[in-house]
Design a binder for this molecule. Structure first.
Ligand code: SF4
Ligand code: MG
Length: 345
């Protein structure tokens, strides 16, 4: 069957006082229900803008979008605000890093859950909607849902508030859930609990999940597939096993070297990637990563030609999705460089 979500050659641009921002520049991927895709990159890589476009949360007056975002076969690009509002919350819902930005401070959380439900179930009675809200609060692991129902967002701890946000996102049983850095603001223990909860809920609700994060360690815990973004483009895409065990893009190597959880010894120096991500107003020509890449061949081809995202030859081939990489280095050199210089350091 075709993927529930199919994004084809997505391009998102918007104007600012400093010039046009090319936030997403030709990104394509598919995602089936029951699967989790981690979209990884530093801030300014285009990962959040990609998800906002899927949610229809961009400002239509300032933003130019082209390509296709097909949800259950229906293209969302070009839908009106009103049509998008009907889909949002019902077919696709979002979990933000900061639940306080998504929850209204002046209303009890129960009332907000009830309203989220009745927006898409206009014939549901108040009692039915309340029962659904209590069930969801219970399902996301909030003790005493009856008492918590009438409390305000500020009366919840950070972790409990993120659980309320997850309950809210699930009220209408959406087929696609987008979580943008959902655990970044939480301490490590609570972070692990929330990631476990998302994995449990996915099994129960059989939704597709897009998890947006700067942390490949988080992705390796919960995702099935990884899309690595840099400068508004996809630079590597594959199953978690393909990308974590046999990464072939120098930027992915840099991300891997900066995961604290992969280095058991706290004395081991983590190596943050040198330099800064490019401005999306002025993306470097050729491979956008070339100013920071230790393996760049300059000026040609790396500073002159944009590398295409191509399937690798050494694909395990067992996961149903091709492993794809956008880099001018010949594949044997990418494999030997990773194996000899990166993997065992
Ligand atoms: Fe480095 Fe060139 Fe590959 Fe870009 S295309 S990652 S600059 S080697
Ligand atoms: Mg972001």
């Amino acid at each position: 069957s075709p993927p529930y979500l199919q994004v084809d050659d997505l391009r998102v641009r918007f104007g600012t006082a400093d010039g046009e921002v090319r936030a997403v520049d030709g990104v394509s991927f598919g995602l089936h229900r029951g699967r989790t895709l981690g979209i990884v990159g530093e801030s300014g890589s285009g990962k959040s803008v990609t998800s906002l476009a899927v949610m229809g949360l961009h400002d239509p007056a300032r933003t130019k979008i082209s390509g296709a975002i097909k949800l259950g076969g229906r293209d969302l690009v070009g839908l009106s605000d009103g049509e998008m509002r009907k889909l949002r919350g019902r077919d696709v819902a979002m979990i933000f890093q900061d639940p306080l930005s998504a929850l209204h401070p002046f209303y009890p959380v129960g009332r907000q859950l009830v309203e989220a439900y009745r927006t898409h179930h206009s014939d549901a009675s108040k009692a039915q909607a309340k029962q659904r809200a209590l069930d969801m609060l219970d399902r996301v692991g909030i003790p005493q849902p009856d008492r918590r129902f009438s409390q305000y967002p500020h009366e919840f701890s950070g972790g409990m508030r993120q659980r309320v946000m997850i309950a809210m996102s699930l009220m209408n049983d959406p087929a696609l859930l987008i979580a943008d850095e959902p655990t970044t603001a939480l301490d490590v223990t609570v972070q692990a609990q929330i990631l476990d909860l998302l994995a449990d809920l996915q099994r129960e609700f059989h939704s597709a999940i897009i998890l947006i994060t700067h942390d490949l360690g988080v992705v390796s815990q919960v995702a099935d597939e990884v899309l690595v973004m840099y400068g508004g483009r996809a630079v590597e895409h594959g199953s978690v096993a393909q990308v974590m065990r046999g990464p072939q893009h120098p930027y992915t190597w840099g991300l891997l070297a900066s995961i604290p959880s992969l280095h058991g010894d706290p004395e081991v120096d983590l190596k943050p990637i040198k330099g800064n991500p490019p401005s999306l107003i002025n993306v470097p020509a050729g491979c956008a990563f070339h100013p920071r890449c230790a393996y760049a061949m300059k000026p040609e081809p790396c500073a002159g030609q944009v590398p295409q995202l191509l399937a690798v030859q050494a694909d395990g081939g067992d996961t149903g999705i091709p492993h794809r990489v956008a880099c001018h280095l010949p594949e044997p050199q990418r494999i030997s460089t990773y194996t000899d210089e990166i993997a065992h350091v």
